[in-house]
Design a protein around this ligand. Structure first.
Ligand SMILES: [Zn+2]
Length: 390
């Protein structure tokens, strides 16, 4: 008997192998069964509250020596740290004594650690054991998920479509230069996503990187593809026509926010007169994290009239950004470099503010611009042969 992956069965071009074997002689077989000591193999998932004794009992192993060995051996004791649901496989002999034990201990997307316990000697009457932890290569699979954003919102839809949280986070990050997932996603928007996942013995070890993602936002199609020039880990996301997904400035400087007031003329909520609003307000709970929208240098950290606690950053090309009404700062100092997405402070309502929000300003040559309409520096473009390969 053999097993093949489902895809090989579906694939008409997959090589087929057929082997015919002669029927064995039944008498010889029966005779040989009594000669070779029989062992059996059993597999059981770890359960909540399991002890080594209860696990072995469920696996049909009745072997005080093996139990004692597992309790006393450093490598074998890694069994104690298995999560519920993780599989343990044993081979036991006719007397229910342990012959070997295998368990996958977890790992990253490409490799797992595997515990192997086996008999150290051939003496079946007085077995001694040894335990080793090996690093083994996982089976890399490409998982695909797709769906339509429901009225309940993007994050609920992703849960319902069985997209793991870390994959959702990657997707949000990939599109962070062009889409604010708190505000720009609508019911009826569609997504398709392909990501790497490492499996061992059919069980998921760890999800890996998003390799391709498509989002249809109203009628706009956003696509991103992972490409690493050297085939290694140092790569980036590109559109299908070879433009980098990285934008010089993020769309939103705050996690979990909604825009409460836009750029331009408005009736000031505190002073009740029409004033030019020089930035964009993002309503968010006090303590929400505020991120640098672009790489730059910290220009100012402290208090200013009206702004309350404020951080300002200088960026290449004459741009600067202001983050005001903060409740606190991250560990940053004037003159220090920050990178896009780096934590710089926390939402608050210091200065002239009626409720917790971030006042965000985006300036060019010190003149406030509308950060949501500004078309900024062009992103990097792959060209020619490199583009074809990606
Ligand atoms: Zn404001």
């Amino acid at each position: 008997m053999a097993m093949t992956p489902h895809s090989a069965y579906d694939d008409r071009k997959a090589p087929r192998l057929q082997v015919s074997l002669g029927q064995p002689e039944l008498h010889d077989q029966l005779a040989s069964l009594t000669e070779v000591p029989a062992t059996y193999i059993r597999e059981e998932p770890m359960q909540r509250g399991d002890t080594i004794a209860s696990l072995l009992k469920r696996l049909g192993v009745d072997d005080p020596d093996a139990q004692r060995f597992i309790r006393g051996n450093a490598a074998a004791r890694s069994l104690f740290y298995l999560e519920p649901g993780q599989l343990v496989r044993v081979e036991a002999d006719q007397d229910n004594l342990l012959v070997s034990l295998h368990a996958t201990l977890g790992g990253n997307v490409s490799t797992s650690k595997e515990l192997v316990i086996g008999r150290a000697g051939d003496d079946a009457d007085e077995p001694a054991y040894k335990a080793e932890v090996h690093t083994v290569r996982n089976e890399l699979r490409y998982e695909m998920r797709s769906g339509i954003v429901a009225a309940k919102g993007f994050f609920t839809t992703m849960d319902a479509a069985n997209v793991p949280d870390e994959i959702v986070r990657q997707m949000v990050s990939i599109f962070s230069g062009v889409i604010d997932f708190q505000q720009d996603i609508f019911a009826g928007d569609r997504f398709r996503i392909v990501y790497e996942a490492g499996f061992r013995d059919g069980a998921l070890i760890r999800n890996g990187r998003v390799v391709a993602v498509e989002l249809i936002n109203r009628s706009q199609i956003y696509q991103a593809l992972w490409y690493a020039a050297d085939g290694g880990n140092a790569g980036d996301y590109y559109t299908f026509d070879g433009r980098s997904m990285k934008r010089p400035f993020l769309r939103s400087p705050v996690e979990f926010s909604r825009m409460s007031s836009g750029f331009g003329w408005r009736n000031h909520p505190l002073h009740h007169q029409w004033v030019q609003h020089k930035g964009v307000d993002f309503a968010a709970p006090t303590g929400s994290r505020v991120f640098a929208t672009a790489n730059g240098i910290v220009d100012f950290v402290g208090q200013q009239t009206g702004y309350g606690n404020i951080v300002t950053l200088r960026h290449p090309g004459g741009f600067s950004t202001y983050y005001a009404h903060l409740s606190g700062y991250a560990d940053i100092r004037p003159g220090q470099s920050v990178t896009q997405g780096q934590l710089i402070g926390y939402v608050g309502q210091t200065g002239w503010a009626t409720g917790p929000h971030l006042h965000y300003e985006f300036r060019f040559n010190d003149v406030p611009q509308d950060p949501l309409s500004a078309i900024l520096m062009e992103p990097v473009t792959l060209s020619g042969r490199v583009r074809e390969r990606s």
